[in-house]
Write a protein that binds this ligand. Sequence first.
Ligand code: ASP
Length: 380
Amino acid sequence: MRDTKSRDVYPECREHPIEVMEMNIKSVNEPEDLRPGERHPKILIIYTGGTIGMIENPETGSLEPFDFEYLIDNVPKIKRLDYRIDSYQFEVPIDSSAMNPSHWQDIAYVIATFYDRYDGFVVLHGTDTMAYTASALSFMLENLRKPVVITGSQLPIGEVRTDGEENLITALQVAAATTDDSRPMLEEVTILFENYLWRGNRATKYSADNFNAFKSSNFPRLAKIGMGITFREDVLWRPVEDAPLRVHYGMDTNVMYLSLFPGITETMIRHAFNTPGLRGVVLKTYGAGNAPTESSFLEVVREAVDRGLVIVNVSQCDNGMVDPHRYKTGSALYAAGVISGHDLTSEAAITKLMFLFGQDYDTETVKRLMETPLVGEMHK
Ligand code: ASP
C-alpha cells in the first residue's frame, strides 16, 4: 500500500490510473471451476495485509505481511465456492497498525471503481485497526447498496490451526448472500470474525488472542453463524435513499482522544486542548458520561468549547450509553458545551469526527451531525 507522510488533512484520494488498477486485479478461480448454468456471485477480495497473510521472518522470528498469492494457495477450498472471485492487492501489504486515512481512501476508491462489476467486496485486513477502517468506510461510502465484509485472522493462514481459512470462506459466503427477492442481503460495512458478523461501526477489537476477537456491546450480531448462516434481517442496515453510491474522501485528522483518569491534571487537559490545529476531541469519561465537577476542570472545557473545539463525550465503558442528565457530573459537562456521543464506540466517534471535519462542515453542523445517527452507528 501507499507509503504516506503524516498529514493533518487527507482531502482527496490520490489519482489511481485505471490501467494500473486493472493490472492489480487477478482471478482467484477460473470460469471452468464453476458449475454451468447457475448464478455465480461475483466477489472482489481486497487484500490490504494483516496477520492472515503474514509469514515469519526467519531472521527476526517476527510476523511480516506477505503476498496474496501465498495466502490464497493456502485456501484451496475457495475454488469449491461456486462464485467468480477476483482479488485486488495493494502494492505493499501492511500491518494494520500502519493504516491511516489515505489507506481508507485507497480502499474506498477500489470499491467505488469496481462497484458495478461485483456483487460484494471482502476486505482482508489486520485486526488491530479493523474497527477503525470499518467505521471510516461506513461514513465514506454513502448509499452503499452492496456488502463490504472485512475480515482477517489471529493466526496466519499458513499455520495448521489458522482461523483465517474459516473467516475468509465465511466472509465470502456472507458477501454473496441475497434476500428472497435476489437483492444483496447486506448493504453495509461489516466485520466478520469467527462466527460473528457485526456492523462495522459498532464493533471493537477486544481480544489480542481469542479467535473471537471482536465484540459489539451495544448492537446485536447481524447473523447467526453455525452450521448455516441465518441473517437477522430485522437489524440489518437499509439505506433510506435509493441513490447511487457517493464516496466522500475527505478526512481531517485534527482530532484526538483524551481519556480521563482520577488524578489527571488541569495542565495536562489544557495542553491537550491547545494542540495546534486541533478541531475535535473524543473525551472518554466515566460510566454514563461523568467527569469531575471541579470548576477549574469545567473552566478548561468551557474555554476550549468557546474557542470552537468540538468535544464529544464517549464512555470508557463498552456497554451502555452516555446519559448527560443522569448525574450532576454529566450534566455539568453538557452545560459546559460538551456534546453526547451516546453509545458510539471510540472508533466510530473518532472516525466520524474526522469524516465530518473532512467534509468542511462548520462547527455547529459537526456538532449536530455527531449527535445524529448517519449509518446505524449510534442509538438515539
Ligand atoms: N498486527 C496485526 C495487524 O493488525 C494483527 C492482526 O492482523 O491480527 O495487522
